[in-house]
Design a protein. Structure first.
Length: 219
């Protein structure tokens, strides 16, 4: 039985708890069907910085990325484009569970996926296998995401540039940004709002979430 959505839900809940420790805002946006073009399931943000994460329920599911031609094109594009590769390494991740303990791990997407072990010997990639030493636990990921050195996130403008490149240059999308969904706080019932850009999502989080204080979470 696969529990990919449960992994994503618990990963994001873990990040919410870590945000409280760091005194940061945090929100995650599902990419829904846009995952096909963006190469990830969720956008994560603390308002000022952004990252995207692809989720696989277990390490055995990582191999399924070989069935996605857009991901191979992404890998080849990253190999040729140093600027985008540098942006990628700070914002594009993949996460999964390992072993009976279902320990959650993460890695930079290309360091886990862009290799012959995933795509086969005739794929045209040079790298033979994942960079196992680059794998980290979720605690380290959270520290890198929320920490002052910002090792696992990009500013909005750099993130927008990377996303636009992925969408248009490696996925052939007509769009250059992401459409995200949030709730409408002005509605007496639950109603949703479309956020038609990453900037709109940043503004929504800034307007509706405050940094936690004294160990208290979001209002």
């Amino acid at each position: 039985m696969q529990h990919e959505q449960s992994l994503a839900d618990n990963f994001n809940s873990f990040m919410e708890r870590k945000a409280v420790e760091f005194g940061c805002r945090f929100h995650s946006f599902s990419l829904d069907g846009q995952d096909r073009d963006a190469g990830a399931d969720y956008v994560l943000t603390d308002v000022d910085r952004f990252a995207i994460v692809e989720f696989k329920y277990s390490d055995k599911n990582l191999i399924s990325e070989k069935h996605k031609p857009r991901r191979l094109k992404l890998c080849k594009g990253l190999a040729k484009n140093e600027k985008m590769r540098n942006l990628h390494d700070k914002c594009h991740f993949i996460s999964w569970t390992e072993g009976k303990e279902l320990s959650v791990k993460a890695n930079i997407y290309r360091k886990e996926v862009c290799n012959k072990m995933i795509f086969g010997n005739d794929c045209g990639l040079i790298v033979n296998s994942p960079e196992f030493d680059a794998r980290i636990g979720t605690g380290k990921f959270a520290n890198d995401f929320f920490g002052s050195e910002s090792r696992a996130s990009l500013t909005r403008r750099k993130f927008e540039a990377y996303v636009a490149w992925v969408l248009k240059e490696t996925s052939g999308s007509q769009r250059s940004t992401l459409e995200l969904i949030a709730f409408n706080p002005k509605s007496m019932d639950l109603a949703l709002v479309r956020l038609e850009s990453i900037e709109a999502a940043q503004n929504w989080v800034r307007d509706h979430y405050s940094p936690p204080r004294q160990g208290i979470g979001y209002p």
